[in-house]
Design a protein around this ligand. Structure first.
Ligand code: SF4
Length: 370
């Protein structure tokens, strides 16, 4: 019965049995996670934002540290941007931290410190789209709304043998419609978490454990004997290639080395994070040296020669960045003018604490290995 992209059969009157089978399994076998069984919408919100694009195992520590420092939405709203970014450093997709912080201020100023309670209103918060709104509305407020993430897409595709690109508009419509039909109005939060849990632990991308699956008897993909064929292959969004040069610029100090770091503008890629001097080199003439030009513009009295550290590639969701890394040592009392960008000379210890991207950490490793 393989369905074409954008088409699906109905659940042929077996929805109650499906919900029962899934929830019985979930009640018995669900993983104990720190954000489960809590009665605090702020904590559910934080966990759902952290879980966007990040594995559960990675999120757990960050979640605990975050709530220790910002136990309430008021505490988060009252923090300064740098504290927030510092705590997020290493979790990736930094816009999420910025949006959480900005939305916390909005909740305090416009919603009297209470998170909005409905699917539609939640989407007024920055960084909260239909998926996150559905998760918060159903888990924290018991609203009967669906949630569709990558795990749910896979489970539904296999249950109903839905082929084609899971991210296509046609398939997304089908997933949301079926998820809406399936969600249990009595226990929407548990039902949505159970669907995601099933995809994460049993209905995995390759080799699903069908013999352990609580909804096996509802699954057309299993019956047909080839559930792994669903969903189809996603057409990969092309990542834009970007070439940059990064320079570990350092000077000797009494306690060791000090590194020059600059803060990125608040908006845009890696907004507000700190970095070693970095310039885009795309389109530069073959004999040009954009890094030397850039450092000359910082008013260093002397721009020393560079030492090559190597090249590395870092992937962002929509960008494939190739970083050509180098180092330069300047004299001990070197100073710079960085215009409207904040800059700091930091020692090894301060560097560790500075909110920096994973890409910059990799450059620092190259420098240490040199
Ligand atoms: Fe996934 Fe297999 Fe369960 Fe079907 S039976 S939902 S393919 S684990």
């Amino acid at each position: 019965m393989t369905n074409q992209e954008g088409q699906a059969a109905s659940f042929d009157g077996r929805i109650d049995a499906f919900r029962d089978d899934l929830l019985t399994w979930y009640d018995r076998d669900k993983r104990e996670l720190p954000w489960r069984g809590i009665d605090d919408p702020y904590k559910t919100w934080v966990s759902e934002i952290m879980l966007q694009q990040t594995q559960v195992a990675t999120v757990i520590d960050y979640y605990h540290r975050w709530l220790e420092r910002f136990p309430t939405v008021e505490a988060l709203a009252g923090a300064d941007r740098e504290q927030v970014m510092e705590l997020w450093a290493g979790l990736g997709y930094y816009r999420r931290a910025r949006f959480l912080h900005e939305s916390a201020t909005m909740v305090v100023d416009e919603f009297d410190g209470e998170l909005p309670t409905t699917f539609d209103e939640l989407q007024k918060l920055k960084g909260v789209g239909p998926y996150t709104a559905g998760a918060i509305a159903s888990i924290a407020f018991g609203q009967s709304v669906p949630v569709v993430d990558g795990n749910v897409e896979r489970v539904i595709s296999r249950l109903q043998e839905i082929g084609g690109d899971p991210k296509s508009t046609a398939n997304q419509k089908v997933y949301w419609a079926l998820a809406e039909e399936l969600v249990d109005p009595e226990r929407p939060g548990d039902f949505n978490q159970a669907m995601m849990e099933l995809g994460a632990t049993i209905c995995t991308p390759s080799s699903p454990s069908c013999m352990l699956c609580p909804v096996r008897e509802h699954c057309h993909g299993f019956r047909a004997g080839h559930p792994e064929d669903f969903p189809g292959v996603a057409s990969r969004a092309r990542q834009k290639p970007v070439d940059v040069a990064t320079c570990v610029l350092w000077r000797s100090a009494s306690g060791g080395r000090e590194y020059l770091t600059l803060q990125r503008p608040a908006d845009g890629l890696l907004g507000g994070l700190w970095e070693f001097p970095t310039v885009e080199t795309d389109g530069a003439a073959a004999n040009a040296d954009p890094m030397t030009d850039y450092l000359s513009g910082l008013d260093l009295d002397e721009v020393p020669d560079s030492r090559e550290l190597g090249q590395l590639v870092h992937h962002f969701s929509h960008i494939r960045m190739t970083i050509t890394a180098e180092s330069r040592e300047v004299h001990a009392d070197a100073a710079i003018q960085s215009g409207d960008r904040a800059h700091r000379w930091v020692d090894e210890v301060a560097l560790e604490d500075l909110p920096m991207s994973a890409a910059m950490r990799k450059v620092h490793v190259l420098f240490e290995q040199d």
